[in-house]
Design a protein around this ligand. Structure first.
Ligand code: NAD
Length: 277
């Protein structure tokens, strides 16, 4: 009987995995966050997009039947307000995606300016601290066995891929997510990370424009370069949808026994980098 049920579930690929769940996505106005907002909504979730890009954020929220909240993640009160907006709207918070992030100052460690490091950490790291803290509070108060997912990066696992400040912030997120998972498991709250690599968003495309000194480079060019050099699946670069689909799984009850994990979404890049130089 049980196996019959399972077979019939598998035979329904259109089954919605997040029906009725309420999600907050920081940095949800574009890139990976926007693709995740669309995928969550397609799977039945109610999505609050929290970003500093008001116009695209509002447009996307309207298109997916969600809400938009202006939120600078470096400001604790903004993150708290975004979470309160979700709870005020639907009475609960099930999913928190701490996705907002920026790339960092490039260049040698010998000339790293501490104020630049601090400015990056305020967004990439403090923003995630604010998100975990207030999402956990809302979930504990609401007795919700929710899930918190943080955006780390391949840069957290390999040196030399990005700026020192960015690498530092993304490695710190891995540790913070693990220690939060240890504490919050008793409430049924799962805390995980995703670590994408080579996804041609605005952030990565601008980074490649700087590296290659080519201001005309487009996301499809970046995808081609990643497909040739930054993925084991030769010819196939990553996409924002690749991350969004993995996010749907990780946020869903299908991933109910996964916590303290770092889901690497990189076409195999970090498992075999020497192959690619
Ligand atoms: P992106 O630049 O397209 O999107 C980043 C989003 O974060 C934007 O909507 C931006 O407005 C928002 N944001 C920036 N500062 C903010 C702030 N202070 N408050 C609220 N929102 C803010 O880039 P993306 O590639 O979609 O990046 C999403 C996340 O994925 C980032 O944390 C990034 O570090 C991580 N990541 C991306 C890749 C990749 O290959 N693209 C690889 C590893 C990790």
């Amino acid at each position: 009987m049980e196996s019959d049920q399972r077979t019939s579930d598998i035979a329904q690929p259109s089954k919605r995995l997040l029906t009725g769940k309420v999600a907050v996505i920081t940095g949800g106005a574009r890139g990976i966050g926007a693709a995740t907002a669309k995928a969550f909504a397609k799977n039945g979730a109610n999505v609050v997009i929290a970003d500093i890009l008001d116009e695209p954020g509002e447009e996307l929220a309207a298109a997916i039947g969600g809400q938009y909240v202006h939120c600078d993640v470096s400001l604790e009160r903004d993150v708290e307000r975004a979470i309160q907006a979700a709870v005020g709207w639907k009475g609960r918070l099930d999913i928190m995606f701490n996705n907002a992030g920026i790339s960092g100052p490039e260049g040698s460690i010998t000339s790293l300016k501490m104020e630049q490091l601090g400015a990056l950490l305020e967004i990439n790291l403090n923003g995630v601290v604010h998100g975990i803290k207030h999402a956990a509070r809302a979930m504990i108060e609401g007795r919700i066995a929710g899930t918190i997912i943080c955006s780390s990066s391949s840069a957290a696992m390999m040196g030399g891929l990005a700026s020192h400040a960015y690498t530092l912030s993304k490695a710190a997120i891995l540790g913070l997510a693990r220690s939060s998972a240890c504490e919050l498991g008793v409430h049924g709250i799962r805390v995980n990370c995703v670590s994408p690599h080579g996804v041609p968003s605005e952030m990565l495309t601008s980074a490649y424009r700087r590296f290659l000194g080519d201001q005309n480079l487009q996301p499809q060019d970046v995808s081609k370069i990643v497909g040739e050099k930054g993925s084991l699946l030769r010819g196939r670069g990553g996409s924002v949808e690749d991350v969004a689909e993995a996010m749907v799984f990780l946020a869903s009850d299908n991933a109910g026994f996964i916590t303290g994990h770092n889901l690497v979404i990189d076409g195999g890049f970090t498992c075999c980098s020497s192959e690619m130089s």
